[in-house]
Design a protein around this ligand. Sequence first.
Ligand code: BGC
Length: 727
Amino acid sequence: MKNIKNAQWIKSPKVIDEASVEFFREFSINKPVKSAKLEATAYGVYNVWLNGEKLGDYIFAPGWTAYQRRLQVETYDVTPLLNNNNTIIIGVGPGWKGLTYFNSSKLQTKYLGTAETAVIASIEIEYEDGTTDLIYTDESWMSRKGKTVYSHLYNGYTYDPSFVDTKPMSSAEIPMNNDNLIDRDGEKITEQEHLPVKEIIITPKGETVLDFGQNMTGYVQFKIKGNKGEKATIYHAEVLDADGNFYRDNYRSAKAEANFICDGEEHICKPDYNFFGFRYVKLENFSDEIKKENFTAIVVHSQMKRTGHFECSDARINQLFSNIIWGQKGNFLDVPTDCPQRDERLGWTGDAQVFVKTASYNYDVEKFFTKWLADLRADQTPWGAVPHVIPNVFSPDDECSAAWADAATICPWQMYLTYGNKEIIRDSLKSMADYLEYIDYHTWDDLWARGHHFGDWLNLDGSSPEDCSHGTDKDLIATAYFIYSSSIYIKACELCSEDADDIPAKREKAINAFRNKFMKDGRIAPEYATQTACVLACHFGISDNIAKTAKQLNELVTACGHLKTGFVGTPYLLHALSDNGYTKTAYDILFREEYPGWLFSVKMGATTIWEHWDSMREDGTMWSTSMNSFNHYAYGSVADWLYGDAAGIKIDESKPAFEHIIFAPLTDDRLDYVKASIESRFGTVKSEWKRENGNISYFFSVPENCTATVILDGKETQVSAGEHRFQ
Ligand code: BGC
């Protein structure tokens, strides 16, 4: 970024709400050009057309950040596109800036000085004779309403090819401080895959529905002619209802529509400023013959390199793994979101925190999380509170919820473990310390016993299915997370040769308080005994008798025959069991096809991870319309157990990034083979085991410059780089 800070922010002088605005100007060149660069960003999401050609493959630029402190600028090389006479158009749609969730737009207006979409750009043209021209956005740029005559993140868009704003006006300058402009530090969002229509369905209600066979995030590109003036609509949905009709009540207020106003000419259309979460689309007012080849679903997400693979002899587990991968694709659009379809699509910290380990094995997300964590730090309050969603679109003085706010410690630590990134730990150390200080202020008798918490969100211990946050005691969860986050902070301080001050002592006190209040004789006390309580006490090393607490967990699971955990307990449930000798129970939970369990949704035909264990019931009816996403990655965190335990690839914290690997696969009679690989910073780590004639053989591959410990039947063998086989 070089010149943009000298440009002016401009907006349309007319209020053009919920539609695209185009800012444009012409300029001439009369000598040979050596190079030309455009720097641009917007308040909203933008596209640039230079002489009719759209620049680059970056969609939904400038992405979504804590705008008031960090707004990403993109630099485009425009040298090959320049002519003697040039026209530049920057189209801006509301995008995330238009979020009406709670009072976000008001808040952001306050921070950024404008409620409307706005743009800032500079063009630097270097001539072969050594001279330079600079063009900046200012009031000489014209502005007009674009052909996307309606655009709203949740509701969708209307494109009218016939629309022409006959009264373009000079743009209005907005006096704004440009200190928040930064070079893009995240990944670009780009179009990633094209999916054809799998089936055209006429539903019992007579609706024309296209099934793309996969729940995803993106948009439909369609060929259309239609009759002049006719409005054709594409509605989006994730599932069909029990009768096989189109169902979208779970989108709540998000209309999620793509509208096209026909002009009688043939067009190929896709949105410039909108995306949707969907598998099915319903067509309305399409007067052309409906042909599969006229519709393609384009999958969009942040550019991330796929690094992790898992396969086993059970097709259901493979489908589960595929659903997890698709959950990540669908929810990694610049920000790790809870879901991509309904009127939410927010960067919920808790969801990101439970999934980060899996995410970092599946894909290279180092850059993605580095950027998001910078937003987390930017939005953290001066008193250390970590907002529930990042970027924060809620009130800035929200209280912290345990397990959500802990994204501030858990996510950077995972970046260190998976990628060996120490810098992110250094960058996050103050944020971690501030957060722990915030908790300390909220402790009572050494327990984190105040404030609003989401609890073991969506667990099955509450008094009714609607009671999402009760079940496991919230003070127990909060104190357990304080202990866990403190452990991370202490390790982070050691790594950076910093003093952890009084945190080790406070952690010890919290451990004692936890044991005194919530435990009895090495077990969780009867009045607090839930699966999640046992899981946390074991997995975070809080219990004074982990063997006994794990036994209690095993009893609780086997007594009811299934898991009852929500967002807090589920990610560690299988680990807490298999780490303590209950591998069979862990596999029993994994293989369960009935509700509640991972394979229930697979049996029901899911292609992504559901928000609830029974988002759809056996009979095809729905859990509820109020909060029911079919693309919610949180429970996909089970993939870290598939990589780490079923396949047995574990990171050694003392030599992260797989420099020293621990291979400790846990086999089960119900599987004939498992194979997994993770492309690490050192090379590809592989683990495979297979059963032949009753015997199990193992294969491990250790990248160059790495070492590994193989643990089989309790016996440890040290191995160096290369391929290793064991019987
Ligand atoms: C979101 C969750 C989130 C939760 C907070 C929901 O509406 O979809 O995934 O973590 O709120 O409890």
